[in-house]
Design a protein around this ligand. Sequence first.
Ligand SMILES: [Zn+2]
Length: 472
Amino acid sequence: MVKLIKNSVLILMAFFCSIGYSQTETKAKYVFLFIGDGMGLSQIYTTEMYLNAKPDEIKIDKLLMNSFPVSSNMTNYSANSYVTTSCAAATAMSTGFKTNNGIIGKSPDQKISYENISERAKNAGFKVGILSSVMIDHATPASFYAHQNSRNMYYEISMELPNYNIDYFGGGGFHYPKGGKGDQPDAYENAINKGYTIADTHEEIRNLKNGDEKIIAINPDMYPSGEFFWAIDKKEEALSLADFTKKGIEVIDNDKGFFMMIEGGKIDWACHGNDGVSMVHEVLALDDAIKVAYDFYKERPDETLIIVTADHETGSLYTGINYAMQPELLKYQITSVQEFKRKMTELKTADPEVSFNTLLDVIQLDFGLGNSAIGLSLDDKDLAMLKSAYDKQFKGNKTINADADYLSKNTVKSIGETAAYILNNKAGITWGSGDHSGTPVPVKVIGKGQEKFSEYFDNTDLPKKIQNIMGI
Ligand SMILES: [Zn+2]
């Protein structure tokens, strides 16, 4: 008899476990999903080494995301490759289905449009916010609302954006608002015609308030192509991903709850360019945005869930050369490689005959390279690499200097890329490629239902877990 009762209890327990949360149990009303595009473990760890790095001291400073109680890993292979692209990973994370690299929100054969978590949350009465530091029609954010055969169909994605009554879009703008050739009906006009308000000045964004509906808030301080300036180059007054997160909460906070996806999109971009220091600053900018959500969580810990993860790792970044790292050297890079490239163009316009020695002075200002007092002297191979880059950019000579090290295996890179390569190596960080890698990504979680993320899982399970905790 006792055994029978025991068995019945076990069966009942198994039943309730299988259906997840029971009707009477409280659910997460407020969910934040942070995606660091390209943010693998090495990207996070390099940032932790960089924070307060000093010579002759081995210590790390934890990022906020690493203070969260649940920390696990997630696989991210796509339907047709062990190495995913952002859109296939984001489709898995938003719909629970794997698709082929290149596709947004649709099946591998492109015949089925998958319902995503934003649609499900909207149908269940939650408000939804989608934010990114890159174009809002870029692969990751697009996968949380759009269904298109290719991630490169930016215009089609931007035209589809207003169709789902998403409450708040924040961050970057449309990549090609009038199509690739600039001859299509304006996607912003299309959004306005469908009831959206575009806020793209500091004042308009400041004036957005709780209860405002169908908002597209676009950073006034960004590149014309629609993405934020690099965090490392950010001017004090420019709006950050944290600012857009804060404003998003203000706009969509309501009693029924919300789901918000926030992408740090340029971590991936920095890693594609093997620009380690810019990558670090993008991770820090994401952690700042997480801080905003964490402050919200502290007010409503029983109803809030925060998940931080990535779509994939980028660059096959590894830490340490000959058992050594000197992360403090990374502090001497004060400009992104992209911004340095712009400076070089300016310099060439101002003085086409600029000498190699003058150029070395400029490099020292922005990368610290050549200053032996801080441990950044340049050896013959370093100088040969920089000279090859200089010869190419200023003299049009694409021949690789025979003494150049890695460049002998590749085409000559730009001066900024070469300087970043040299500095990264001196600091002890190395890049295996300029592409994505297939390693599982970290997952950091705090809040309602956090325990459901504690085991190694696949990215298709991510939305299922979140929906379960939200009760949708
Ligand atoms: Zn990428």
